[in-house]
Design a protein around this ligand. Structure first.
Ligand code: DAH
Length: 387
């Protein structure tokens, strides 16, 4: 199954939207800042609060008319064509093209990608070739036919996939690059990229997310003499590799393998890990269908493949409660993550944009903080609290 709404989300009990914060906050950092030498003192404090005006300042950035991905120039008109009935890409989706969150070393998705790269580099002495700026515009053939997705599969519908025109789509999985890279002769590779699926939006679903695909091809001399058949040989290597990856990312966790179905692998498995009282599906994988290898001119070989969703893993590893946060340009989000730091726990912040107002006034000797707080609460109510 091409997992369109991954069952992973069902096992994740996400905390919902960002926690509501008080509408008005008194910042204690500047409380009692006495900036005037004489008595009575000058009393200063900061208010951070939301207002309609502040929200209005939070505009969408303008959409670039032309962008470049992996050296290929893509114009907006190439992707969004309102007059073409075979095109269903809206502006909002085009605006995500080229952002490549997975290529930012300080972004949780980039940090996770690099941690996975480190694991493969260490375990396979840098044998895996990495691709992370292949264009997300692929042909229907690459996205579906080359990986044996049946002609009547629901994922091919206009309802589920973004079509640029009748022959081209925004890739709905990184598996779209498998066949071409095999044809080019690659035997060990990782493809990371943004993928697109028409879907509703909530805290665990977004129509653009990121995947990493891994493929390893074995030649006969690798399994001959092992005492097991090619498929069993590849399957056991696959499981060993991915169990090692899960351990590298999560530490000593409980794991289990679940049999499943994908059009491109046989047998197919899902790896689940036990995390915070739940079994979480972390990836899909299997032994590559022989037909795919045959069409790529490698019928003598056997291969394994896996595909994992970076957001799902990053949400667990960094404690990020809402998938929409990955797209945030708010400093309160971006400043929390830095290169090489996997698993730093996200600290929630107000869902309102920051807006600071300093106020100062003269006080007499009779002033106490409690008196001030009572005056403020008398006007603004119990939502006010010290920051
Ligand atoms: N393409 C699958 C998806 O998006 C994920 C996947 C599963 C990739 C198994 C693979 C694989 O390479 O072997 O749901």
């Amino acid at each position: 199954m091409l997992v369109h709404r991954s069952s992973f989300s069902q096992s994740l009990r996400m905390a919902g939207l960002l926690p509501h914060s008080p509408l008005l906050k008194l910042s204690s950092s500047s409380l009692l800042r006495r900036s005037h030498p004489s008595v009575p003192f000058l009393y200063s404090f900061s208010l951070s609060f939301s207002s309609l005006a502040a929200k209005k300042q939070h505009k969408q950035p303008p959409i670039a008319a032309v962008l470049e991905i992996g050296g290929v120039k893509i114009a907006k008109d190439d992707v969004v064509r309102e007059s073409d009935p075979s095109n269903n890409v809206p502006d909002a989706i085009f605006s995500k093209l080229g952002l490549q969150l997975h290529r930012r070393d300080n972004h949780p998705l980039g940090i996770l990608k690099n941690a996975i790269f480190d694991y493969f580099d260490t375990s396979y002495s840098a044998k895996f070739v990495k691709f992370d700026d292949l264009s997300p515009i692929v042909s229907v053939k690459e996205n579906f036919d080359d990986v044996l997705v049946p002609a009547d599969h629901v994922s091919r519908s206009y309802n589920d996939t973004y079509y640029v025109d009748a022959q081209n789509v925004l890739r709905c999985h990184t598996s779209a690059h498998q066949a071409e890279l095999l044809r080019k002769g690659h035997t060990h590779f990782l493809v990371t990229g943004d993928v697109y699926r028409r879907d509703s939006i909530d805290s665990t679903h977004y129509p653009v997310f990121h995947q990493m695909e891994g493929v390893r091809v074995f030649s006969p001399d690798e399994w001959l003499g092992s005492g097991v058949d090619a498929t069993s040989y590849a399957a056991s290597d696959l499981k060993k590799t991915l169990e090692g990856l899960a351990q590298h990312l999560f530490g000593a966790v409980e794991m289990r393998w679940v049999d499943t179905y994908f059009p491109f692998t046989n047998p197919s498995f899902e790896l689940e890990i036990y995390f915070q009282d739940n079994w979480l599906e972390v990836l899909g994988c299997g032994v590559t269908e022989q037909e795919i290898l045959k069409r790529s001119g490698r019928e003598d070989s056997v291969a394994w493949a896996f595909g994992l969703g970076l957001e799902r893993l990053a949400m667990v590893l960094f404690d990020i409660p809402d998938i929409r946060l990955f797209w945030s340009t708010d400093q309160r989000f971006t400043s929390q993550f830095s290169e090489g730091k996997l698993g730093v726990k996200f600290k929630p912040y107000s869902k309102f944009p920051p807006c600071y107002k300093d106020m100062s006034f003269w006080i007499s000797d009779a002033f106490t903080e409690n008196n001030l707080c009572e005056v403020v609460r008398g006007i603004a109510g119990d939502l006010v609290e010290e920051a």
